[in-house]
Design a protein around this ligand. Structure first.
Ligand SMILES: [Mg+2]
Length: 184
């Protein structure tokens, strides 16, 4: 296996609390939603008991502000510190929603939280196009992870209630272990 040489890091569900933002928009208590989350259920609209159209309508109505306003997860600083400590180049790889405001809001979020001149990102729903041996995608979405691997890359699933790993106490520590394993 090719040693990892490049890391791609997802935003929503890894760095930014998209579910928290979605719960706020829909007037739901995100702690309660997370506690009652059926393990591995990937469809947030189903968990919130609404159609996908209704789920997105209110989010899209907020425009870029929704995406800009997402809270960084508590482990955000630790995760960035760990990425730097690997010595590997890392880049953001995030899929925008169908609304153009999502891509603009995500760029604003990166400028605000990572670097004011952050240019190290790929915003695409086709993450697998970046897959090749030694490139490791870090993502909370099982579909992106399996497509990326099928296209010849490596991927580390970021533990969250909506994937089969479920939430873990120390997600960054888990990533560190998994990457060390990949590096052999
Ligand atoms: Mg994600």
């Amino acid at each position: 296996m090719t040693r990892p040489h490049t890391l791609l890091v997802d935003m929503d569900g890894v760095l930014a609390d998209f579910i928290g933002g979605a719960c706020r928009v829909h007037g739901r208590d995100s702690q309660a939603v997370l506690q009652g989350w059926p393990r591995g259920e990937a469809h947030v609209d189903a968990v919130l008991g609404m159609t996908l159209d209704v789920f997105w309508r209110r989010i899209d109505a907020e425009g870029t502000a929704f995406w800009e306003g997402l809270a960084p997860y508590p482990w955000f600083g630790g995760l960035l510190g760990w990425l730097e400590s690997t010595g590997l180049p890392w880049h953001i790889c995030s899929s925008p929603s169908r609304s153009p405001a999502s891509a603009a809001g995500k760029m604003a979020w990166l400028y605000q939280h990572v670097h004011p001149r952050m240019r190290d990102f790929a915003l695409t729903p086709r993450k697998e196009l970046l897959a090749r041996p030694g490139v490791v995608l870090i993502d909370d979405n099982e579909r992106f992870v399996s497509r990326f691997k099928a296209a010849g890359g490596e991927a580390l699933l970021f533990p969250q209630p909506w994937n089969h790993l479920g939430a873990v106490a120390d997600p960054v520590g888990r990533l560190r272990q998994r990457l060390e394993k990949l590096a052999g």
